[in-house]
Design a protein around this ligand. Sequence first.
Ligand code: 13P
Ligand code: SF4
Length: 337
Amino acid sequence: MSTTTLTTENGTPEHEDSESWAAEVRRLARERDAVILAHNYQRPEIQDIADHVGDSLALSRLAAQVEASTIVFCGVHFMAETAKILAPEKTVLLPEPAAGCSLADTITAEDVRAWKAEHPGAVVVAYVNTTAAVKAETDVCCTSSNAADVIRSIPEDKEILFLPDQFLGAHVRRVTGRDNIRVWMGECHVHAGIDGATLRERVAEEPDAELYVHPECGCATSALYLVGAGTVPQERVRVLSTGGMVTAAKETRADKVLVATETGMLHQLRAANPGTVFEPVNGRAECRYMKMITAGKLLTALRDGVTEITVPPEIADHARRSVEAMVAIGSPSRGGE
Ligand code: 13P
Ligand code: SF4
């Protein structure tokens, strides 16, 4: 019997025999002609059973390319919506429809319309962590792995409205050197909680460790300040998407890496490089929405075909233009740097 522990949302064991669970998931997926996509923040057992694990951009690209007629999206609601927008002919299932996103909740389509009215002619760039209705109001999407490339694709003299993440917005301003970017002041409760004070404490405890920082983190500016102040050498600090972190983990020769993002990420990093120790900057940084997808819910999703995610065609058509503009630009190998 496998040693993987399958847990419910509150952490109690869910299935005694993880091998029979895995076999049943695989059988049902074949029967339903389904592919299982999982984000890097999913529970370890969900990552291990998935056909593909990745960051938002990689999963969006896969949703558009896979041949299966059904996509079971183990992630949060906006990700399943994005898959549906890019693959309208496919059935997209989200094992827990209440798996939302505190960042996506910081802006509505009406907010975007009002903001655009204040800045006519501006190009609206939306992080993919937004609802389909918000995406439909924007010109181009981005993820943490291609945000800077998306900004660079817009003529220098064009004003940009960047939404909804203030920390990613500050990061793209910094790396592109542009000052005509207005940023919506939203944040993700998980990443905002990984703040500068926590990072400085961890760096003082582990002065020789490398640092991987997701650009949504409250500590992204502090990390670069530590470089500027000479506390940490520049080559030891990387600002990366979750997919960029896996690529960096495969290449690093460091003994230890401190990771500033949601703790689900550690599963992929440890698998990518067993010779390096990966530790969280903040071990309490857990996204409760991502963790709503449990072994039992994945099984039910496959068995009963629930919950199907749909996007009204008019919204989907507008949102698709914005998402496809992003998919055409992004270069996943560059990570968030
Ligand atoms: P990535 O695009 O880096 O996978 O991040 C997605 C996300 O939800 C971050 O919280
Ligand atoms: Fe949303 Fe934050 Fe969870 Fe990512 S970690 S899905 S941004 S709430």
